[in-house]
Design a protein around this ligand. Sequence first.
Ligand code: NAP
Length: 443
Amino acid sequence: MSHQIAIVGSGPSGLYVAEALAKLLPDSSIDVIDRLPTPYGLVRGGIAPDHQSTKNVSRAFEKTLSRHGTRFLGNVEIGRDLSYDELKAAYDVVVLSIGSALDRTLGVPGEDLGGVYGSAAFVGWYNGHPQHHDLAPLLDGKALAVIGNGNVALDVVRVLAKTPAELADSDICLHAARAIAAGSLTDLYLIGRRGPVEASFTPKELGELGDLERCDVIVDPRQLPDDVGPEVPEKEVKVKQRNLEILREFAAREHGAKPMRIHILFYAAPVAVLGEHRARAILLDRTRIENGRAVPTGERLELPVDAVVVAIGYLTAPFAGVPFDEKRGIFANDEGLIEPGVYAAGWCKHGPRGVVGTNRTDAQGLVQRILSELDQSPERDGKPGGAEVDRLLRERGVNVVDFAAWKRIEEAEVARAQGGKPREKFVTMDELLAAAFSKAGVE
Ligand code: NAP
């Protein structure tokens, strides 16, 4: 039987669901809807521009999107161009895989000062997300603090620390590459509220900080425990031990020869960002770990900085009609089920964790569930599907970017890239749509 399926969000979680559904329901019609004219979600807009090999997964996603029976409907926003109710009325199954586009905030005084940025905005800026390309972060000071001990925090310090030559074969957007090259930062502080064992870095990403051309990495050996300790779950011991080894190697290094420094500070929890209009310092509580939590020791540290990037995780953007779990910042769901016929996949289902590939296993599990529930609910079959949605979008004058139009954007981005860059992204909706519907491509 042919099923009408909509997947909202064309990032890894959505496209792995599309892949698994296409395999198990080869006759189904699958519409992958995205508010951007470009597919692949975090692969384009989140993964660091100097991690090109991780972006190769988009070749597999391209196959998924170009399968007969699967369509890409870019530049279509649920809530603006189509309502959630219209979506449910049109499709037998709706999968929401919109990720977590909003920054989690510290909730401390001064977070709204100039020079303080969330990592979604900051990463979106250097990766050319249309919503964040014009962030224009203040990089004119000497010191910048990145709050958080996850891989996003590492991405941010590494990209800021790299020389133009080190970024030459990345796809960092021109505006960001120029701003970083013109910036005057000399000291980047990577700040964790807990210790090195609790940090959620992965060793490969941590190790990369040790290979930077113009930047030393400074770690206080007194902050490094001798061992990971008994609390660490068995499956994480190796990774934590490797992180400790890397940090010990950093701590043992001579430094002073390079013009920039990354200081890795553990046991420091932000209490306030200080400044009048713009950040001039960050106030930190020194902490110790009790039952796995960071508790203040009573000692405080005022660290002069000129800008702050808060990289402490993300929240899903709620949308009208979909039940939301405010505490966790995800769609309220029971193992992926939001309501009959509607499912959540990826970060909007379980929060921002895991790497791209984690979504594949998750997607396969979710699709098994979708299939068994489809079998039990024949009354859901027979919805009008994409034809009805096409009619509504036409009526509303929406310029849908289909797969061919996305390929025109991609080709134009590759064609205009200079030097060793794989692409020079278009960063505004106007530029993207102009490339999508360029006469040369359409005729
Ligand atoms: P993450 O790994 O969850 O790290 C968040 C960090 O923020 C943690 O160190 C956390 O500390 C800290 N934090 C949370 N609330 C805080 C607060 N109020 N004050 C101070 N610190 C606070 O998240 P992420 O870095 O955003 O990454 C998201 C996911 O993407 C992760 O699975 C990550 O591995 C993945 N990713 C992977 C790569 C890669 O593989 N190269 C690159 C980027 C992202 P606590 O632990 O104390 O809560």
